[in-house]
Design a protein around this ligand. Structure first.
Ligand code: ADA
Length: 553
């Protein structure tokens, strides 16, 4: 399944899921690997770090051009069509697509060289407190494409004198050498926009900006996540040749002083940090397990989610749209020191990730915050310049959502004047046995002096570790009892402090971490064990403590 709803009824599209041939680089032995999937699930590749080649034969039934889309290859993919190199992409967490023109009907072959190795070529995937898996880890789709097709649609809802309106931007791409004359019809319920003839230059793109008033639609909210399908059809001489269906919601998110407002109403965000990681399947989580995660989090009473520390699978964002879960989605970065940020590939790899995240995820009403650079070098001037550049890039792509970044540079961060919301990670009671309230009061007082005055504040991470099944009456660290105690102490303070507009518990589930980089010294089992469920989603004692407290606000 590519998305939780069909995006086409005219464009012929299919998912290339199933079993692909696979072999490790330099190896002849052939394996059969699931796509989507991580090679780590195979006993021969459970800790494999390097390159692997996936291949699949295709039967194409008609002559024409094709569009291949990969929702995620971890962490670098080079795509070959009948031996010709047609695409390169870095970063496991954002999609990319490519066009193959004038394909003759018959048998063809796709090969994908996948690389999950570390080194200077990879500024964002490096040994870290989560695992960089290997594989074609998210869905792949193949579509027969018309010479001029709908490349992208952005739907920006807003209220005008109490009536819902939207700016609808439709980007068309013409892959032929000749100018194309087309027209569009875009329908949402009974509201229809029709265009006159649009000229798209040969081998060029055109973006059409339309406006529409939608008098009688319902707002999207946490309590009533009302979604609508925006169905756009492209015509050539009145013949429908392409289409794109987007699923949208009418909602606005604003910052008003120190409050975050959804549709003009103040909200308090309460949720988890969730890594895309599940036992056996790694980061290639199938829909049924995504639904399980969502059901468990909602059972504990969440209304929000932070996609730590990278853009998420669109199917999970679709689930958030359907369930009314408010999302902080962030670009890919965790805990990078200045020397890491000085990697010559860092700026471009961040820029690509931000652009692909926003261009592809813009229409999800559940996403209300864009985040960047979790716990990176925000205490340095050079680091500040990179934060500034990335916030500016986000605003240039989307000025409808507030920005933030989770800092751990307590008392030294010099970037708090830049984002719309200030967020901090604090592990009172775990890394330091310090009183939660005093530490929190000090942090908030500093934030206000250091550029955060008058802004909403979010506690983006707090929590403690526990080994699933380890019970101990002494309530010592690493026991489930102590994890529950620490989380309870933190919840009591953060949920009763008017300075705080949101909390994200670290973390939803235990996740695998890399052995390299000495993470094994502080991560028992080579896992980050701060989940309130383990990697098999078995609940720890903290589960019911959280369920009790989240129901109070
Ligand atoms: C940091 C980081 C998380 C995780 C956490 C921990 O706040 O943002 O990714 O590493 O610490 O478990 O210590």
């Amino acid at each position: 399944m590519i998305r939780l709803f069909d995006q086409h009824t005219i464009r012929k599209i299919k998912e290339l899921e199933g079993v692909w041939d696979f072999h490790g680089e330099g190896e002849d032995k052939l394996y059969k690997m699931p796509v989507p999937g991580c090679w780590e699930q195979h006993p021969q590749f459970n800790t494999y770090r390097g390159k692997g080649i996936y291949s699949k034969k295709l039967q194409i039934s008609e002559n024409g051009s094709l569009r291949l889309e990969f929702k995620g290859i971890s962490h670098t993919g080079d795509v070959y069509f009948d031996g010709e190199h047609i695409a390169h992409h870095y970063n496991a967490f954002t999609p990319f697509s490519t066009i193959v023109k004038d394909v003759k009907k018959g048998e063809h072959e796709i090969k994908v060289l996948v690389d999950n190795s570390f080194g200077e070529h990879s500024a964002l995937h490096l040994p870290n407190d989560y695992y960089t898996y290997g594989g074609i880890t998210r869905p792949v789709s193949l579509a027969a494409i018309s010479d001029t097709y709908i490349k992208n649609i952005r739907f920006k809802p807003y209220l005008k004198e109490g009536i819902w309106n939207a700016d609808v931007e439709i980007t068309l791409h013409n892959i032929s050498a000749d100018i194309a004359r087309v027209s569009l019809r875009s329908k949402l319920e009974a509201y229809e926009i029709k265009t006159d003839t649009i000229e798209v230059p040969g081998e060029g793109e055109v973006t059409v900006s339309l406006k529409q008033e939608y008098q009688a639609v319902e707002a999207w909210s946490n309590e009533n996540p009302r979604l609508y399908e925006l169905n756009t059809i492209l015509y050539i001489e009145d013949e429908p040749v392409d289409d794109l269906i987007e699923r949208v919601g009418f909602r606005t998110v604003e910052i008003e002083g120190t409050k975050i407002k959804l549709n003009g109403k103040e909200i308090f965000l309460k949720g988890f940090n969730r890594h895309e990681d599940y036992a056996v399947v790694g980061c290639a989580i199938p829909l049924q397990l995504m639904i399980q995660d969502m059901d468990i989090m909602q059972d504990m009473g969440v209304n929000a989610l932070r996609t730590c520390h990278y853009p998420n699978d669109e199917r999970f964002l679709d689930l958030c749209d359907e369930r009314g879960i408010l999302v902080w989605e962030e670009n890919h970065a965790r805990g990078l020191l200045l020397k890491d940020m000085q990697n010559p590939n860092f700026d471009k790899q961040c820029e690509d990730c931000i652009r692909e995240m926003i261009v592809n995820h813009y229409n999800h009403p559940s996403i209300i915050i864009w985040g960047i650079l979790n716990e990176c070098a925000s205490e340095t001037e050079e680091g500040r310049e990179k934060y500034k550049m990335q916030y500016e890039q986000i605003k240039s792509l989307d000025n409808s959502r507030p920005t933030t970044s989770a800092t751990c540079r307590h008392l030294t961060d010099i970037t708090l004047d830049l984002p719309d919301i200030v967020s901090f990670n604090m592990y009172s009671g775990w890394y330091k046995d310090v009183p939660v309230k005093d530490t929190n009061d000090k942090e908030i007082a500093w934030i206000k002096e250091a550029g955060g005055e008058g802004k909403p504040i979010i506690v983006s991470e707090f929590g403690a570790a526990a080994i699933y099944g380890y019970r101990d009456r002494s309530r010592c660290k690493w026991s489930e009892e102590r994890q529950a105690d620490i989380i309870e102490e933190n919840l009591k303070v953060y949920m009763n402090d008017d300075n705080i507009s949101g909390i994200f518990i670290w973390q939803f589930a235990d996740c695998r971490v890399t052995e390299e980089g000495e993470w094994f010294t502080t991560r028992a089992r080579c896992h980050n064990n701060k989940g309130v469920v383990d990697e098999y989603r078995r609940p720890k004692i903290a589960y019911d403590v959280i369920k009790k407290y989240l129901s109070l606000k």
